[in-house]
Design a protein around this ligand. Structure first.
Ligand code: MG
Length: 243
């Protein structure tokens, strides 16, 4: 591990109220061709669970996935808070206008999925994702999904081989900022690999530790290669906190 990262982890571990948050796919879980087959990285999840059970530590897994799916995939204990659909997941009493817009959006993307071989539609409470990693024509599938987003005027998130269309406000950045306020965190550690994780990394301040997983432009101060690196970070943090 980067010695500067190790030093930063040892320092942040001493803060009184620590918020530790991580993305799921590509961060706490290796990327796989079929998103339904994603499994948590055992060592990374175990370290996060251990952290979540320490006093003054607040652990969060935040994902573009639906919260119920996230719960199933991670099988995380209640000590870890799960935030789904980029923090935009609608509450039980969502307003009917929004529900109608979501249905319209899902129907339009279903049509795209039907017309583009190898794509996978993932409906969500506040929208839907079109996964095109296994599409025979990736650019065409992506363009068709984006055209739906433009036509309906909804929020569009371009991830790794996925176009996500969402009705409603908020992103991972606002969700983690909200969490920071609610738990009174004195420092935040955040790890993520995707473009949407940059919304969180940009909200970090001096004393926080932001870690980008993998390649690509980032606002994070530190970087690791993959979920193995994430596990190393979380284990180092847990070790430093328990001392
Ligand atoms: Mg990810």
């Amino acid at each position: 591990m980067d010695p500067a990262l190790r030093t930063a982890l040892e320092r942040v571990a001493q803060t009184s109220e620590l918020l530790v948050a991580a993305d799921f796919d590509g961060t706490l879980s290796p990327l796989v061709p079929d998103p339904a087959e994603a499994k948590p990285h055992a060592r990374a999840l175990a370290a996060l669970v251990r952290l979540s059970q320490m006093s003054g530590v607040h652990a969060v897994i935040i994902s573009g996935r639906e919260r119920s799916v996230l719960a199933e995939l991670t099988d995380a204990p209640d000590s870890i808070m799960l935030i789904g659909t980029h923090g935009t997941e609608t509450s039980e009493d969502a307003d009917p206008d929004q529900a109608a817009r979501v249905r319209e959006l899902v129907a339009a993307l279903q049509e795209v999925a039907a017309n583009h071989e190898g794509t996978l539609l993932e409906p969500k409470p506040s929208g839907a994702s079109l996964h095109y990693r296994q599409a025979t024509d990736q650019p065409a599938a992506s363009a068709a999904a984006q055209a739906v987003g433009h036509r309906l005027g909804v929020r569009m998130i371009l991830g790794k081989e996925v176009v996500e269309l969402l009705v409603g406000d908020g992103d991972k950045g606002t969700a983690i900022a909200d969490r920071r306020r609610r738990v009174g965190a004195t420092a935040v550690v955040f790890l993520g690999d995707d473009t949407t994780d940059e919304d969180v990394l940009r909200t970090l301040v001096a004393g926080d530790v932001g870690v980008k997983v993998g390649e690509g432009a980032t606002a994070a101060e530190f970087r690791v290669d993959d979920p193995d690196g994430v596990a190393d970070v979380l284990e180092a943090l847990a070790g430093a906190r328990s001392n």
